[in-house]
Structure formats: structure tokens, C-alpha cells
Ligand binder design. Structure first.
Ligand code: TXA
Ligand code: MG
Length: 351
């Protein structure tokens, strides 16, 4: 059979998935759909393959990767200490958008863990990811399939835009259902802590383990922590860097009451202004490029990164986004937009 050209988007037929598993076994990297965002996949036990991920993303080597597993029975090969609560969480949320940080097993390569004594693991819910994992039969290391610091991809076409021929093939699994990255729950210390908010909330977790995990940044006055390195010297969670998920167009958030006025002021100064609103209606001002986002947080998250990409592609001078409600259902989205705002406006190569 002829192999598709490098960087090709391949419909995820059983044959294509088998071919992708072979490419992983051969030490190559492939684009893989998950229910959250697309991942850049490599054999997690092959240090040379894992290094290709960092090279393709332009990501610093000390940033650890999530290991994706076919099912919970693989967990003991990767995690050394598995508390009862972790099994309960896995049973409740896997396959699904919850990443657990646990003490690592000795055999997990340093390339995957960033040299730390912990490993991040999850079982993704996308049928194509699960078929690939079953075919492959072992852990797949996969960060989001974007260049470092940029907007995560939620379609196969996004992955191709980001990485092109750096990947062997991209399996097309359609638009990602969730649309933002998994919740990361650190279970490697005394007290569980959410390091990155996602579709699974602190309250969802509390219902399973009977106590509410701490949430990084929640005690702060602002819901989003904007320190350059919120967790200390070495960034343990690159998605927690202040500047992340960022378009190259300067992006600012405004309260609903100020959105239209701010947009009009900038347009009046001769700037090209693009707006993303979810409750404010278009003011019928022809100078503005208006994009209406869903008013419901689940649908908003699903469309978020495609909307940011579309707005960024307009070549506008500013992107203005309507601020989000300060309630738990919007928390993960507010987190991503806060970081997108901090990281925006930089050149592709500077982030
Ligand atoms: O939804 C997702 O989680 C997607 C899909 C592809 O699974 N993956 C993803 O990977 O978002 P990535 O690498 O873009 O973000 C994972 C985050 C990184 O910020 C990384 O630093 C953190 O997880 N992480 C991974 N292992 C860790 C560990 N042992 N300790 C602390 N943070 C860890
Ligand atoms: Mg990422």
C-alpha cells in the first residue's frame, strides 16, 4: 500500500489507525485526536521519539508530558503509588478529560517526566485515540499538538497548520468535543490540587473523593494567576505559564458594559477591531468585525480555540473579548482567555 505524504491528514479508518500505530512503534510522531484537543503522539517508552515531540513543538525539554493509556489496567506500569481515591477517580472519569499527576514508576523515561518524580496520566475518551492506544498497546506521550505557547488545535487542519511535515501523519477525528485541555489534578502530594482547570471541576472531584481539592490560584484576588512562573523556578505545568494559548494579535478582555464602547473608541482611532461576544449583541457598527460565541459555557469551550484562530487570522489590530461570568462553569475558559491575553501580540517565534 502507498503511504500518504508526510504531514498528511488521514481519515481515521482502521487501516490508517494501524499504520499510525506502526509509525509510533518505528519511533515517529503522529497527530492524534482526543476529546479535549489534538495531541502530538509518541511512544512514551522511547526517549528518542519523545525528544521529537519537543523539537516539533519548540518546547523546553523540562516541561513534562501527559502519558495516555488504553485503560486503567495500565496504570501500575506508570505510577508507583496509587491511592484508593485515584482508582475511584479513574473509575468515575476515565475515559475522559482528567489528568492525574502521580508518583512515577522507575521505568518512565526522564524525557516524559521532565526529570521529576511524578508522571501525568489519563485515558482519553475519543474513539480514535482509544483505538490507536489499543492497537499500540502501551502508553502514548502527547502534549497538545501546537507550537509552544500557541493556541491548542481542535481540528486536524489546525494540527497541519501548526506542525506540517514535522508529523508523520495526522489522524482526522473531527472537531474535538470538549475543546479545552483536560483538568490536571496533582495527587502526588499530601493534598490533592488542581493545577489546570478543565471540564471536570473541583466540585465534580469532591463528589467522588468526599473532599474538595485545592485549586491553584483560587485563593488569589484574581481568578487567574499572572506571575511568569506561578509554581516556582521550574515551570511544572507549562499550561500554567502566564503567557499561553496565545494569538499573535493583541487580545484584551472587557466587561459586557464596556465592550461596545471600547471597540468603538479603537475603531474611531483607525484600528481594525475584531470582537468576540457571548451575551452582548452586535451593535451594528460596520467598522467592527463581530463574532458571536455561544452563551453556554460547554458550547463556548467547544468553539473557543477555533474562534481564537479565526479572529487571529483576520490580521486585525486588536481582539476584544467579552469577559466571562465568574462562576465555576466558566472557570477553565476564563483561565485560558486570561493566559491568551497575557501572551498575545508576540511574534510566533518569540513565545
Ligand atoms: O487535554 C489534554 O490534556 C491534552 C490532550 C492531548 O490530552 N494534552 C495537553 O498536554 O494539554 P500539554 O502537554 O499541552 O499540557 C499538559 C500539561 C503541561 O502543562 C505539563 O507541564 C503538565 O501537563 N504535566 C504533565 N506531567 C506533569 C507532571 N508530572 N507534573 C506536573 N505537571 C505535569
Ligand atoms: Mg499544551
Amino acid at each position: 500500500a502507498t503511504h500518504p505524504a508526510r504531514g498528511h491528514v488521514d481519515s481515521a479508518t482502521p487501516v490508517a489507525i494501524e499504520r499510525a500505530a506502526d509509525l509510533l512503534r518505528a519511533g515517529d510522531i503522529v497527530g492524534m485526536p482526543t476529546e479535549t484537543v489534538y495531541g502530538l503522539a509518541a511512544d512514551a517508552l522511547n526517549p528518542l521519539a519523545v525528544r521529537k515531540i519537543f523539537a516539533a513543538k519548540g518546547r523546553p525539554a523540562d516541561h513534562p508530558l501527559i502519558v495516555h493509556l488504553p485503560d486503567v489496567s495500565h496504570l501500575p506500569q506508570w505510577a508507583a503509588a496509587i491511592p484508593k481515591d485515584v482508582i475511584a477517580l479513574a473509575n468515575a472519569f476515565w475515559p475522559g478529560p482528567l489528568t492525574l499527576i502521580l508518583k512515577r514508576e522507575a521505568g518512565v523515561p526522564d524525557e516524559v517526566t521532565g526529570g521529576q518524580d511524578t508522571v501525568g496520566v489519563r485515558v482519553p475518551a475519543h474513539p480514535v485515540a482509544l483505538q490507536l492506544l489499543r492497537q499500540f498497546g502501551s502508553g502514548i506521550a502527547a502534549p497538545s499538538a501546537n507550537r509552544f505557547g500557541r493556541i491548542s488545535p481542535t481540528t486536524a487542519a489546525h494540527v497541519q497548520e501548526e506542525l506540517g511535515e514535522r508529523v508523520a501523519v495526522i489522524l482526522d477525528g473531527g472537531a474535538c468535543e470538549v475543546g479545552i485541555e483536560s483538568t490536571i489534578l496533582d495527587f502526588s502530594r499530601n493534598q490533592p490540587e488542581i493545577l489546570r482547570p478543565g471540564a471536570i471541576t473541583a466540585d465534580d472531584i469532591a463528589r467522588v473523593i468526599g473532599r474538595r481539592p485545592r485549586v491553584r490560584g483560587e485563593d488569589q484576588a484574581s481568578p487567574v494567576q499572572h506571575d511568569a512562573h506561578p509554581s516556582g523556578d521550574a515551570p511544572r505545568v507549562s499550561g500554567a505559564l502566564a503567557a499561553h494559548y496565545a494569538p499573535s494579535t493583541p487580545l484584551q478582555l472587557f466587561a459586557a458594559t464596556q465592550l461596545v464602547e471600547q471597540a468603538a473608541v479603537l475603531a474611531g482611532e483607525g484600528s481594525r477591531v475584531a470582537v468576540l461576544a457571548h451575551s452582548v449583541a452586535s451593535p451594528d457598527d460596520a467598522r467592527l468585525i463581530w463574532r458571536q460565541a455561544p452563551a453556554d459555557p460547554v458550547a463556548y469551550a467547544h468553539d473557543l480555540y477555533a474562534n481564537l484562530r479565526a479572529l487571529d487570522a483576520l490580521g486585525a489590530d486588536f481582539i476584544l473579548i467579552e469577559d466571562l461570568p465568574g462562576i465555576p462553569a466558566w472557570r477553565a475558559i476564563a483561565d485560558r482567555l486570561g493566559r491568551a491575553a497575557v501572551g498575545s501580540g508576540a511574534d510566533q517565534d518569540e513565545t
